[in-house]
Design a protein around this ligand. Sequence first.
Ligand code: GDP
Length: 296
Amino acid sequence: MIFEGLAEKLQNTFSKLKGKGKLDEKDVNAAMREVKMALLEADVNFKVVKDFISRVKERAVGDEVLESLTPGQHVIKIVKDELTHLMGETQSKINFSNKPPTVIMMAGLQGAGKTTTCGKLAKLLKKEGKRPLLVAGDIYRPAAINQLEVVGKQVEVPVFSMGDKEKPVNIAKESILHAEKHGNDVVIIDTAGRLHIDANLMDELKEIDQGVNPHEKLLVLDSMTGQDAVNVAKEFNETIEINGVILTKLDGDTRGGAALSIRAVTDKPIKFVGMGEKLDELEAFHPDRMASRILG
Ligand code: GDP
C-alpha cells in the first residue's frame, strides 16, 4: 500500500503532538524534524521536502495556532493542506477537445506500464460514454502491436494499426482520419518506449507531437522507481511539454516519493494512478484523498 511507512511515522509524530495540549515553537520544530525524516525516507525529493517543511513551519508557529485550544490539530491541518497542495490541490481531468476526436498521446519508458495503461484509459473513457480508438504507434518492440490488440479486445475498444513499417507520425495522422470516419471521439496513441531516455525516442515523440498536435500528452511513470520517475518526468516535460502524468504500480509502492514530488518538480499534475495489473485498476488522482490517506 502506498504511503505505508510515511503514514505510520506521521501519525505517530502527530499523536505525540496532540497529546501535549499546549505547544511552543520548540515542539513544532521537533515534530517537523520527524516529518522531514519521514518524507526523506519515503523518497521524496530533497528540495521538495525542504520547501514543504519551511512552509509548514511558517504557518504553524504563529500565535493563532500555538495559542489555540487545539494546537496539535491545527498543525496537522496545516500539514494536510500542504500535502494536498504538494500533490496539486484538486483533481486534474483530461482536456477534451470541443471538436472531436480528442487526441491523447501516451509516452513513457519501456516497462512503465504504457500499453496496459492505454487499455485502462480506453476502458475508463468508454465507461464515461466515450468511443475511444487505440492506436498502435510503438513499432519497435516486437510484441507491442500484438499486446495492444490483445488489450483492445479485452476492453472492447478498436485498435488502429498499420504494422511496423510506417512511421509513427504517419500512423498517428491516419488514425485521426480513421477516427473521424468511424465516429471515435477519443484517439489514444501508444508510442514507443525505450529502456532509457535517448535522442531517438525524444525525436520521435517530438515528430508525433508536431505532426498531430495532441490535446493531451500523458507521461506514464512507474511509481516504484521513485526519484528516477521524477527525473524522467522532468526530461520528458522539457522536451515535449507534457500535460500530466499517469503514475502506475501504486499498488506496489510502499513509499510514495514519486507521487509526492512530481507536481512540485515538474509543475505538471498526476491525472490518474494505476492500482493493479487488471484493466479496470486505473483511478483518477485526488490530492486531498491521498493526503487523508497519509494522515489517517
Ligand atoms: P510498457 O512497456 O510501458 O508498455 O509496459 P506494459 O504495459 O507492458 O506493462 C509492464 C508491466 O507492468 C506489465 O506486467 C503490467 O501488467 C504491469 N503494470 C502496469 N500497470 C500496473 C499497475 O498499475 N500495477 C501493477 N501492479 N502492475 C502494472
